[in-house]
Design a protein around this ligand. Structure first.
Ligand SMILES: [Zn+2]
Length: 268
């Protein structure tokens, strides 16, 4: 084989190995199928925006006229005591999409979360892939949490399907369970980093995905710093869906450089 061809073959091999490495890294990030994993949804799981959910409206982002984004936190296995304190201090509206089984382990914490201004919405009873189970099981998975979470506050009418997995049949069942909106996301904050589609900056109306995992309060602190630098505030998803005037809470000023751990960000 001529030298040039050998070189091309070698370069192709290096490229393939690098590509395999990238794929492996991405596949290892979301621990699919394990509800107690560090995070069960991610930006890479988003279904195509055109996927139909029957009678239920699907929302990836919610265009708003005010400069604000929406904060949503999934699952609920690791309730972080710092989060309600931050919510109270900064008047942050947050929507928690909770697994009923996870929430039932710490009901006192979730009452505290609601008292701090949080909303609890539906992330199913047991976190299955909804399109892979029969309609009767889908109904139990969606309707059970609607009833259970009604004891904490208003009756949920938003569903975040586990793993972003839904179809028209799921939407039909969800509507029967009282769901009006399937709420997805278009940005993700995890491991201290913000991930957006095509790495574009956050914009008004974006829905940011976080998880109740160890390190959540740090993720939240870093995110608030990014929002403050981007001149974006935080708005209440439930209020926005209701269509009324939107209250926007300014993000607190960024903490001192390099300080992303225990200290809460300073006030504006
Ligand atoms: Zn989840």
């Amino acid at each position: 084989m001529p030298v040039s061809q050998r070189l091309i073959s070698r370069l192709a091999l290096v490229f393939l190995l690098a590509a395999a490495g990238i794929v492996q890294t991405q596949a290892a990030t979301p621990p699919w199928g394990h509800p107690r994993g560090p995070a069960t949804e991610s930006l890479s799981q988003l279904p195509h925006p055109s996927r139909y959910a029957g009678p239920v409206q699907v929302i990836f982002r919610l265009p708003v006229s005010r400069p604000a984004v929406f904060l949503t936190i999934d699952d609920g296995w690791y309730p972080d005591p710092a989060v309600p304190a931050m919510m109270q201090k900064y008047h942050l509206p947050i929507t928690a999409f909770l697994i009923e089984k996870a929430a039932a382990e710490h009901p006192g914490y979730w009452r505290q979360f609601v008292r701090a201004g949080g909303h609890i919405e539906d992330h199913t009873a047991d976190h299955p892939f909804l399109t892979r189970i029969p309609p009767a099981a889908q109904f139990r998975e969606i309707a059970g949490p609607v009833d259970y979470f009604s004891r904490f506050g208003p009756r949920p009418d938003e569903l975040r399907p586990p793993y972003g997995d839904y179809n028209a049949a799921v939407g039909t069942v969800a509507q029967k369970a009282g769901i009006k909106y399937i709420v997805l996301w278009n940005a993700e904050m995890s491991g201290g980093r913000l991930h957006t589609i095509r790495n574009r900056p956050l914009a008004a109306g974006d829905i940011v995905l976080l998880h109740w995992v160890p390190g959540l309060s740090r993720d939240l602190t870093v995110l608030l710093s990014i929002l403050a630098r981007s001149h974006l505030g935080v708005a209440d998803l439930t209020q926005a869906l209701a269509g009324g005037p939107l209250t926007v809470v300014p993000a607190p000023a960024p903490p001192a450089a390099g300080r992303t751990g225990k200290k809460a960000p300073g006030t504006v």
